[in-house]
Unconditional design. Structure first.
Length: 267
């Protein structure tokens, strides 16, 4: 019992608990006053079993929403009153005379409407004017401005995509240029330079080609003569075999010389 008494005393005399209790009491007082202002049936307090944190939170949210709606209604009422005044002023402007007896112009009407706008209305009008000015259009219709903004956004996106493609193309050109420069350095290196005795080698090859070319007619004549001798009647089998071997050897020699000439020509 003593322990519980100490806990209750700490709860009662704790500053934080006291502040929370006072804040809760103020909230309930505010809610009770609001309920009483809305309906005489709520003049009596809520039952004690409904006075909990969940009920208080729901009622505070309801009060906040109701006050916001009241503000909107008051704003609409001000706009209606301003419009009514503008219409009345317009009717008077048709006669050319205001209530003070002065001439009423279109500028006076616009100034009166602008001064009658609330802060949010003035800000909205400024934003609408700025957007119309940036879009270079005289129409302040929101749908028209929205379509202009969409087209502008599409143009910006297309420009960004084009810039990205140009950048990729530029990087590809840079890579190709670097590869071409590296190939040029490789071709200009010592391994690709012709030997210093290239002229002498060329003369030797030309000399060998002329020598082999000079031997070809004689070899053809020898092959022809050998073929004619093979066709001679009354030859022994051994003679025929010997002549055929000599003929094959000459053919191999001619083929070898032809291959050498072709190789030298390619060099």
């Amino acid at each position: 019992m003593a322990h519980r008494l100490n806990e209750n005393s700490a709860a009662i005399f704790s500053p934080s608990v006291a502040r929370i209790a006072a804040s809760t009491a103020r909230d309930w007082s505010y809610v009770d006053a609001w309920l009483a202002s809305k309906s005489p049936a709520w003049k009596n307090s809520l039952p004690s079993f409904e006075r909990n944190q969940d009920t208080l939170k729901a009622l505070l949210a309801l009060v906040s929403l109701n006050e916001a709606a009241d503000d909107q209604r008051r704003l609409l009422a001000r706009v209606d009153a301003t419009a009514l005044q503008a219409l009345s002023a317009h009717d008077k402007a048709e006669s050319g005379i205001t209530a003070n007896g002065t001439t009423l112009t279109k500028g006076h009407l616009l100034d009166a409407i602008e001064h009658s706008l609330p802060k949010d209305g003035v800000n909205a009008l400024d934003v609408l004017t700025a957007v119309a000015s940036e879009a270079a259009t005289a129409s302040a219709d929101p749908d028209h401005l929205g379509s202009l903004m969409l087209r502008l956004q599409g143009t910006v996106y297309g420009a960004e995509q084009t810039a990205a493609r140009v950048d990729a193309f530029d990087r590809q050109i840079q890579r190709e240029a670097e590869a071409a420069e590296e190939l040029l350095h490789t071709l200009q290196s010592e391994s690709y330079k012709p030997p210093s005795d290239l002229a002498k080698q060329n003369l030797d090859v030309q000399r060998r080609i002329k020598t082999v070319s000079a031997q070809l007619p004689d070899l053809h004549d020898r092959v022809t003569a050998l073929g004619a001798s093979i066709a001679t009647p009354y030859m022994a089998i051994g003679d025929v075999i010997e002549l055929e071997q000599r003929y094959q050897a000459l053919l191999f020699h001619v083929r070898d010389l032809s291959e050498q000439i072709a190789a030298l020509s390619q060099e």
